[in-house]
Design a protein around this ligand. Structure first.
Ligand SMILES: [Zn+2]
Length: 107
């Protein structure tokens, strides 16, 4: 799996990443090419999880309640589309530029 750096725009393999910090959906990785810290959109990642549970919940509701199918089916379809769209939009974002760039640009 290849990731693209949001700072230097170079692609690198996940296996090349040596520096990480944080855990779960807030975890950050360091670009092996330029040493910039990269992370994920927390809201998008949370949205994907929420969409997944919404689809799972709607599926369960449809299974236990017979007259819910007209609500359940579109809910599942919508959730799947939502998760798919969020997955496409989900890419690495810049958390912190490399240290040498910060000092020369005076952010
Ligand atoms: Zn980079």
């Amino acid at each position: 799996m290849l990731l693209q750096c949001a700072f230097c725009h170079k692609s690198f393999s996940v296996a090349k990443v040596t520096q990480t910090r944080g855990k779960g959906i807030g975890a950050q990785i360091q670009c092996p090419k330029c040493q910039a810290w990269l992370g994920r959109h927390k809201s998008l990642t949370a949205g994907k999880i929420a969409g997944f549970y919404l689809a799972a919940f709607a599926g369960l509701a449809g299974y236990f309640m017979d007259n819910m199918m007209h609500i359940v089916t579109p809910t599942i379809i919508l959730s799947v589309i939502l998760v798919g769209v969020m997955h496409i939009m989900d890419h690495l974002i810049l958390i912190e530029p490399p240290e040498d760039v910060v000092s020369s640009h005076d952010v």
